[in-house]
Design a protein around this ligand. Structure first.
Ligand SMILES: NC(=O)c1ccc[n+]([C@@H]2O[C@H](COP(=O)([O-])OP(=O)(O)OC[C@H]3O[C@@H](n4cnc5c(N)ncnc54)[C@H](OP(=O)(O)O)[C@@H]3O)[C@@H](O)[C@H]2O)c1
Length: 383
C-alpha cells in the first residue's frame, strides 16, 4: 500500500534503474512504488517523446492519474528521461553509455492490445529484443526484469498453470499479443545468455486497491458487461485469477531488486487461495452497485451464441457498435473459457506478500467507473 512521503527513506547510493512503459498502467504503478521506496535519483525512464521535457510531462501526467504525491512528482527531472521508441530503435546506439550504468531494468513497455495491431510484433519482439541486446552488453547489470503475461502459456494447459518455458505454436495462441509475448520470452532466453533475465508473468490485472479503475478500466468492463447482460461464457461457480495493479507493482519491484532469486520465471497471480468465483464477484459487484446479485437470472452461454445477446446491447449496456462489442466478448470469452488459475507458490516462497482477492477492492472499481459507460471503458483494451 502507499507510503506517506514523510516516511520515505531516500537511498544513499542510488540504484540505477531503468523503467520502460512508465506512461502505462503497470509501468506507472511500478514507478510510483519505486518512488515511494525512496528510489528517486537513480531512476530513468524510456519514454516516447521528442524531448526530455515532453517525456517528463507525459510521465507526470500518468503518475498523477496514479495519484502521485506532488512532493514526489517535483523530485523528477527531465535528465531522467531517455527519449526512445521501441518501434524504431536507432536511438539505442546513442543510449549505450547510459545503458552501461544500469543496475536493473524493469521492462513494462509493450503493445498490450488484443486487437490486430501491426505494431505488436515490431515492438513486443523486435524492439524489445534490441533494447535487451544492448543491456546484455553491460557487466554492471544485475537484473533485466521482463514483464510478460501469464496468458502467454496458450490454451490447453492444466490449471493451476505452473511456470514453464513451454509454449504452443504462435498460430495456436488466442491473439497476436500473447503470441508475441511468448516469442520474446524465448528469444531473450535463447539468444542472450549473458542477460540477467528474470521473467514476471502477471495474470489478469484489474484496477487498483485505492483508486479502482481511475488509471485504467482494462478488463473491468468485461465484468460490467456480463452482469448487465446477465449472460456470459463462464459459470458462476468458476474461478478467475485477478490481481490489482498496485499488488502487481509491489511484486515486480521486489522481483527486480531482491539480490537473489530462486528462479528466472514467476507468475504474479491470485493463485488458488486468492482467486474468486464469478458468483462471489456477482455478489460483491451487486453490493457495490446497491443492487441484488444477478444470481439465478444469470445464464452461461456458448461462445457461438454470444451474437444472440446483440439485440439487448442498447438497453443493457448503452449505445455501442454491436460488431465491436461482440468481437470483444468473443475474445475475452475465449480467455475466460480457459478457466485458468496461475500457480503463485514461487512468488510466495520468495517472501512476497500474498495477493488480495478481487472482491476485497471491487467496490472501489465500481465507484471509479460510475462516470464511464461500459462501451467507452472497453476501449482501454482495443488501442
Ligand atoms: N494489464 C494487464 O492486465 C496485464 C496483464 C499481464 C501482463 N501485462 C503486461 O504488462 C506490461 C504493461 O502493460 P499495461 O497494461 O501497463 O499496458 P499499457 O497501459 O498499454 O502501457 C504500455 C506502455 O508501453 C509503452 N509503449 C508502447 N509502445 C511503445 C513503443 N513503441 N516504444 C516504447 N514504449 C512503448 C507505452 O508508452 P506510450 O504511453 O508512449 O504509449 C506505455 O507506457 C505489458 O508487457 C503487458 O504484456 C499486463
Amino acid at each position: 500500500m502507499s507510503l506517506p512521503v514523510s516516511s520515505i527513506q531516500f537511498t544513499a547510493a542510488p540504484r540505477r534503474i531503468l523503467v520502460t512503459g512508465a506512461t502505462g498502467f503497470l509501468g506507472g504503478a511500478v514507478t510510483l512504488r519505486l518512488l515511494e521506496l525512496g528510489h528517486v535519483e537513480g531512476l530513468s525512464f524510456l519514454v516516447r517523446a521528442a524531448t526530455p521535457a515532453e517525456g517528463l510531462e507525459r510521465l507526470l501526467q500518468n503518475l498523477r492519474v496514479h495519484d502521485i504525491d506532488e512532493r514526489l512528482a517535483a523530485l523528477l527531472k527531465p535528465e531522467q528521461i531517455l527519449c526512445g521508441d521501441l518501434l524504431d530503435t536507432h536511438w539505442i546506439d546513442a543510449a549505450k553509455p547510459l545503458l552501461q550504468t544500469l543496475d536493473e531494468v524493469i521492462n513494462c513497455a509493450a503493445v498490450a492490445s488484443f486487437s490486430r495491431n501491426p505494431k505488436i510484433w515490431p515492438v513486443n519482439v523486435e524492439g524489445t529484443f534490441a533494447l535487451a541486446e544492448a543491456c546484455a552488453q553491460s557487466r554492471r547489470l544485475k537484473r533485466f526484469l521482463h514483464v510478460s503475461t501469464a496468458m502467454a502459456c496458450g490454451p490447453q494447459r492444466q490449471s493451476p498453470v505452473a511456470e514453464t518455458w513451454d509454449f504452443p505454436e504462435p498460430d495456436q495462441q488466442l491473439v497476436d499479443y500473447t503470441a508475441s509475448k511468448a516469442a520474446i520470452e524465448l528469444k531473450l532466453r535463447n539468444e542472450l545468455p549473458l542477460l540477467p533475465l528474470v521473467v514476471a508473468r502477471p495474470s489478469i490485472v484489474v484496477g487498483h486497491r485505492r483508486s479502482g479503475c481511475k488509471a485504467s478500466g482494462s478488463i473491468f468492463w468485461v465484468f460490467r458487461m456480463g452482469f448487465a447482460l446477465e449472460r456470459f461464457t463462464c459459470g458462476l461457480d468458476e474461478q478467475i485469477d485477478v490481481i490489482p495493479v498496485d499488488y502487481c507493482a509491489e511484486a515486480l519491484v521486489e522481483l527486480a531488486l531482491k539480490p537473489k532469486l530462486n528462479y528466472s520465471l514467476y507468475h504474479i497471480s491470485a493463485g488458488n487461495a486468492g482467486a474468486c468465483t464469478f458468483g462471489e464477484i456477482d455478489e460483491a459487484y451487486a453490493g457495490a452497485m446497491g443492487d441484488a446479485p444477478v444470481g439465478e437470472r444469470y445464464r452461461q452461454v456458448d461462445s457461438a451464441d454470444l451474437k444472440e445477446l446483440a439485440a439487448d446491447f442498447n438497453e443493457r449496456i448503452g449505445p455501442a457498435n454491436p460488431r465491436l462489442v461482440l468481437r470483444a466478448l468473443k475474445l475475452y470469452g475465449g480467455f475466460a473459457d480457459l478457466n485458468y488459475l496461475f500457480d503463485n507458490q514461487r512468488l510466495l516462497d520468495e517472501g512476497i506478500a500474498a495477493p488480495p482477492r478481487f472482491t476485497d477492492y471491487l467496490d472501489v472499481c465500481v465507484h471509479s467507473s460510475r462516470d464511464i459507460s461500459i462501451p467507452a471503458q472497453m476501449q482501454w483494451d482495443f488501442k
